[in-house]
Design a protein around this ligand. Sequence first.
Ligand code: BDR
Ligand code: CA
Length: 308
Amino acid sequence: PTPVILDGDPGHDDAINILLALASPELDVLGIGTVFGNVGLEHTTRNALVTRELTRHSVPIYAGADRPLVAPRISAEAVHGHSGLDGPHLPPPQRGAEAGHAARFIIEAVRARPGEITLLPTGPLTNLALALRLAPDIAPLIRQVVWMGGSTDTGNWTPAAEFNALADPHAAHIVFSSGVPLTMFGLNVTHQAIAHPARVQAFRNLGTRAGEFVAVLLEFFAEHHRERYGWDGGALHDPMTAAWLLRPDLFVSRSMYVEIDLTDGPSAGRTVADVWHVTGRPQNVQVVTQVDADGFFALLVERIKRYP
Ligand code: BDR
Ligand code: CA
């Protein structure tokens, strides 16, 4: 199996990515890092813990950064609710997070298995940026990073910027300029996978605790998307990162040069993508452009079905 480290800010779609990865024997999930983002670090860590308990998996969870490197902190209670995982009622977690910072965990894991580990960040890139600054030697040892964030077109938090990019643009810059092989799942592709009611029903029809958990998450997540975009469901961003490892045939991608706008002003945090190669600069990002949304949801249902 492919050794992976998840790192996110659960978050409805982050939680579903955790379930997808832990249900998949093709992936060996070595650990899960948490980061501030959708809500504060205490909540995102708790949400990772309660999601793990639903799976009965013993994967270690490490809390990471509670704030961005430089930018002011933003959060997304409007999308994910006060807890960051509003909707389902879950018992408090029985087991806590491990001692030690998520960035330290990344450093130690990558050094222990040079060239092997894939990182799947689905929130602000702060933990990975900290790891790269604390231990620059790990950059050539990371097999690849598959990140949900950014966009080749419009943003969702400002007209120009996607939430995960805007939440820590300097961290994103560190990762994008690190030379680590990077795949980007931006809004340009994640907005192609809407969890409309028929797709939600497929999870509920499983008749399991995990199926119901996912259905309730998606129903809560749909509310913001209905209001803001007029869509009949939420865009299922984060689980595309694990899905890419399991079924790359569901996606179309292209290499291009992408850099983060670090200036202040209306384009701050934008992932400026050189779609037409006008700069002639070396292509540093594999940008995913299309998804077979039916195939993606079918994969998710089939994997969630494996839980009791
Ligand atoms: C991203 O922001 C968060 O709200 C979601 O979890 C996803 O990672 C989408 O912009
Ligand atoms: Ca997220």
